[in-house]
Design a protein around this ligand. Structure first.
Ligand code: GLA
Length: 385
């Protein structure tokens, strides 16, 4: 569904249920990470791009102290809550991203007015393309607009991250929220997660962003994710530093045998992945495709062997694609892991060949059917209906 269709769908459903009064419409994109996996919560570097799949929120004030949220993608399911009462999480996860936004803004001291929200999106859910961060950012921007709250997009991202950590229960980093809030067309974002500085890195126009959804169900992804984070923190603690960013690879390597083997592997991934991100920025600037290919291959291998977050199906997808493209493009798993998507950065004239190969081989071996999306880097938008 195109962006315009999505906006039309959400706005017309909203106006049908809540009338034609002043309505704000916010679009926030999803994201795909090109390289720099599990480095964000270690205060390292990441290189994501926001993509032209969106969450769309339409919102208008009501005269009550009540909130109603209609999720068009969940059969029109509606969440209701009272702003005068405590806002608490529910068993239905989609509701918590929205409740969390109200909870966070309230706990920061903002007084929020009652409102009605209608939501839908085109980002595949649970595929590791940040449908949840995009939802958080879109809802927060809507609430800021409706309540005249002035916050920068970096502040919005930080609140979004807190929703995940404190309300939803995933101890995530800041990458997803910053990329959905601060993305730009045609660019990836180099984010230094230590100080949240962002620089935009143009993606060579000859390259396509091809995302292949493995459709592997992401089981244990929350506990697996939180465990990985704990291992990294354990290593930082052992060395008496705040985060792995404050430690050099050389000092780590001298003492790595004194660490539990799992934790040592996780930390080694983080050090080397940070280096790869910075090399990737140079490679993109110079359009050095063989180097892009090499860095993405190393990143994948490191997620497989050191961070241990890939699955056999994902590894197979990466093999199929890498056999097709050789050093003419790069491919790796993207996102938190334990399933989800593969990102291939390939010359536009190879996309059909890659699609065909995946189509012919992936299902036969795994019994799963992939979905393939060709994306463009895109940014968010605000429209007043
Ligand atoms: C998830 C988290 C991010 C990041 C990635 C892994 O998407 O939300 O903060 O840690 O996993 O790179």
């Amino acid at each position: 569904m195109s962006k315009d269709h999505l906006i039309e769908k959400v706005l017309s459903a909203h106006q049908k249920n809540h009338g034609q009064g002043k309505t704000v419409v916010i679009l926030a994109p999803g994201r795909v990470n090109l390289i720099g996996e599990h480095t964000d919560y270690n205060n390292g570097f990441v290189l994501p791009a926001s993509i032209n799949f969106f969450t769309c929120v339409a919102g208008s004030l009501n005269d009550k102290n009540q909130v109603s949220v209609t999720a068009l993608d969940f059969d029109g399911d509606v969440d209701h809550f009272d702003l005068k009462k405590d806002i608490v999480p529910t068993d239905e996860q989609w509701k918590n991203y929205i409740r969390g936004a109200f909870y966070m803004l309230k706990s920061m001291g903002y007084s929020l007015k009652g409102c009605d929200l209608t939501i839908s999106g085109t980002i595949p859910k649970g595929a590791g393309l940040s449908s949840s961060a995009s939802l958080e950012v879109a809802v927060l921007n809507t609430l800021c607009d409706l309540n005249n709250i002035q916050l920068s997009q970096v502040e919005i991202s930080q609140i979004g991250q807190q929703i995940e950590c404190d309300f939803v229960g995933l101890s995530c980093g800041i990458m997803d929220q910053l990329s959905t809030a601060c993305g730009e067309e045609s660019c990836a974002l180099l984010i230094d997660c230590l100080d949240h500085q962002i620089s935009h890195v143009p993606i060579p126009p000859s390259l396509a962003l091809m995302i292949i959804n493995s459709n592997v169900k992401r089981e244990l992804s929350t506990s697996g994710y939180n465990d990985r984070r704990k291992s990294c923190e354990l290593v930082a603690n052992k060395f008496g530093v705040n985060s792995l960013r404050d430690l050099s690879l050389d000092i780590f390597l001298m003492k790595k045998n004194e660490l539990p083997s799992d934790a040592s592997k996780r930390a080694e991934h983080v050090f080397r992945e940070n280096e790869r991100v910075l090399k990737m920025v140079d490679a993109l600037k110079k359009n050095d495709i063989p180097l892009i290919s090499k860095l993405m291959a190393e990143s994948h291998l490191s997620m497989k062997d050191l961070y241990e977050i890939t699955t056999p199906e994902i590894d197979y997808l990466v093999d199929i694609i890498s056999n097709e493209i050789g050093d003419k493009g790069g491919v790796r798993m993207t996102g938190g892991g334990f399933g989800g998507c593969v990102i291939a950065l390939i010359p536009k004239n190879l996309t059909d060949k890659v699609k065909k190969a995946v189509n012919q081989q992936y299902h036969v071996k795994t019994g799963l059917k992939e979905d393939i999306y060709i994306c463009e880097p895109a940014c968010g938008e605000k429209l007043i209906g």
